[in-house]
Design a protein around this ligand. Structure first.
Ligand code: GCB
Length: 606
């Protein structure tokens, strides 16, 4: 009984105190902040001796809460026993995954401790937020030796309210990052990408007024493009506070009052707006003001909807000339580290004449979506509900829903983002159908101004390639992966096949492609050669074009990427070679086949 109570208490504690603060501050990069990026000291801890005592009890759940590496102790006298030392430990760059920075960590999965020192001069009338863009996968965060909380999920941001917890002068933050794969997590144990561990995105300390603008959405209404709609939410949940939304260049301004929960609904009739599109990525300066706070944003305005088999952007039928990409820089073999890396990837997509990118298979950096806004690339944004998730575990569902909601919360003001994807290649079955349907409903509850997608699979019967996944009912698009010419059949034989699609919706091929080792040349029947991949694209394009409803595609994939599943020592060597661009930045032959097709399509849809 006593034991049970103890565990119950621990569970309660972990739920109430030890989770990241729920509501993210919108546009944290647009607020006053200091960056905690830079070189952090790290300790590799495969046995987690900095977290558990020798009876395997977590130090941070003992009465004193002391004893873990998060104390960052220094030896005070010559007799004292301390078996770690951050100051004498090596450093790595943050943001940055550990696998690509330290050779011996290339395959490491487990716990690493990271510590950064910083100076703060907290004011008594301000609010302070410690923000992490992403830590893969489970992060325990401590400030000045005290636990702030835990966050799970490797690709979404989280934050802690540290008001009253900062010292005037030197402070230290310690993160225990653990990238161990687990069956019940999102993603699960099996993925076709590198499990890069660590603090992979920006860390910052933001200063806000004590009453601040917590969140906002300013977008064109889905049903009425002559109306900007949305809301402003203040941190102070009280009625009658005034907020203003001002778009000076468009001559639009409105003032509204909050309800009892601190939310003010926004409605601005539009006179004339220069609409955002890939050809015209117009962003307006938007200022949001409350009595005590002001935030500036750049926002584009566009509508997106489907009608029959058409996708309409600002009312006009569009073809999504896309490419899939991972959040990985093939040249340095690690996660994208910042704006330069991100621009390189999107610029390559532009060179292919894309107007659209699929940011697979998880939430990419917030800056990536901001760059897409600026550069004029439409975005398919996805959560890592990938392959064989634990469909029947309610905690797994909650985790997936949280990652999805956090992504939507974060990126809901981006004109570029037009599709929220709830997952990739999830296997048919009743529990999966329930799980995925709930996610689709959640998206519609949170955001009615975008489309809902998922990368489905095909199956074959004779020469029919069939798409009849019941989840299709819940989606706005028929979006599916098909690997004709690579995992089934040879490229030349594809013309024998025809598509049999159950739904009368716009068709988007979310993946198609095959591997080629750059520089390996042979005839078109020789697997792994550039000629094989080129021939695959040459046969796939007319094959896909037999579908009258084809409105877009994101072939797999822009660049070669690292994956522990890819074992062939010569052709793969832990690389998935389906990239149209190699790990040295060389464009393979197939790149130009797809580019030609996109040039023609662009002219057709002008
Ligand atoms: C897929 C997956 C993708 C893989 C790809 C492949 O269907 O969605 O994550 O990397 O196939 O190369 O097999």
């Amino acid at each position: 009984m006593i034991k049970l109570n103890k565990y119950l208490l621990l569970l309660l504690l972990s739920v109430t105190f030890f989770s990241a603060n729920a509501q993210l501050v919108q546009n944290i990069f647009g607020r006053k902040h200091i960056s905690l990026n830079g070189r952090w000291n790290y300790i590799i801890d495969p046995y987690e001796m900095g977290y558990y005592d020798y009876r395997h009890e977590p130090f941070d759940q003992t009465k004193s809460g002391k004893g873990g590496f998060y104390d960052d102790r220094e030896q005070m006298n010559k007799s004292e026993l301390i078996e770690y030392n951050f100051d004498l430990s090596p450093t790595m760059k943050i943001p940055g995954d550990w696998n690509s920075q330290v050779e011996k960590l290339q395959f490491y999965e487990g716990t690493i401790w990271l510590r950064q020192k910083f100076i703060a001069n907290p004011a008594t009338d301000k609010k302070y937020v410690l923000y992490f863009g992403a830590v893969n996968y489970e992060a325990h965060v401590y400030l000045n030796g005290k636990k702030l909380g835990v966050h799970k999920g490797g690709f979404t941001p989280f934050q802690f309210d540290v008001t009253g917890k900062l010292k005037d002068g030197e402070n230290f933050v310690v993160v225990k990052a653990d990238n161990t794969r687990k069956q019940d997590e999102i993603p699960t144990v099996n993925t076709d990408w590198w499990n890069y561990g660590g603090i992979t995105r920006d860390v910052l300390l933001a200063e806000l007024p004590s009453d601040y603008i917590l969140d906002y959405k300013v977008q064109l209404s889905r049903s009425n493009p002559k109306q900007i709609e949305g809301f402003v939410k203040l941190s102070n949940a009280a009625a009658g506070q005034t907020v203003t939304v001002d778009i000076p260049e468009a001559g639009l301004k409105t003032t509204a009052k909050t309800d009892a929960s601190g939310i003010a609904k926004i409605n601005i009739p539009v006179k004339k707006l220069n609409l955002w599109s890939p050809e015209n990525p117009k962003l307006y300066q938007v200022s949001i003001t409350s009595a005590t706070d002001k935030v500036d944003e750049k926002i584009g305005f566009r509508t997106i909807e489907t009608r029959g088999q058409d996708i309409l952007l600002n009312g006009k039928s569009i073809f999504l000339r896309g490419i899939s990409m991972h959040d990985e820089n093939p040249l340095i073999q690690g996660r994208l580290r910042g704006e330069g890396d991100m621009r390189m990837m999107l610029q390559w997509a532009k060179e292919l004449n894309c107007n659209y990118v699929r940011l697979a298979h998880y939430t990419h950096n917030e800056q990536m979506n901001r760059l897409a806004d600026e550069m004029g690339l439409l975005v398919w944004a996805e959560v890592p509900v990938y392959w064989t998730i634990s469909w029947e575990n309610p905690n797994t569902y909650q985790n997936a829903e949280k990652q999805l909601s956090d992504m939507i919360e974060r990126d809901k003001n981006r004109a570029a983002v037009i599709i929220w994807s709830i997952g990739n290649e999830t296997p048919l079955g009743e529990p999966r159908f329930k799980f995925m349907s709930k996610l689709a409903d959640k998206v519609r509850e949170l955001d009615q101004t975008r489309l809902v997608g998922a990368a489905l699979e095909v199956h074959r019967k004779g020469f029919n390639v069939i798409v009849d996944d019941p989840l299709g009912e819940k989606l706005d698009l028929v979006s599916f992966n098909q690997y004709g010419g690579w995992y089934w059949e040879l490229p030349k034989e594809l013309s024998k096949y025809k598509f049999d699609i159950k739904y009368n919706k716009p068709v988007i091929i979310t993946e198609v492609g095959g591997d080629a080792l750059a520089g390996y040349h042979a005839d078109e029947d020789t697997r792994w050669s550039e000629e094989f991949q080129e021939s695959l694209y040459k046969h796939q394009i007319p094959f896909m074009n037999t579908m009258s409803g084809l409105r877009g595609m994101t072939p797999w994939i822009l660049t070669d990427f690292r994956s522990p599943r890819r074992q062939h020592p010569f052709f793969q060597d832990f690389w998935n070679r389906k990239g149209l661009i190699s790990e040295t930045g060389k464009k393979k032959k197939a790149f130009f086949v797809l580019k030609d097709f996109y040039d023609q399509t662009a002219a057709k849809y002008k």
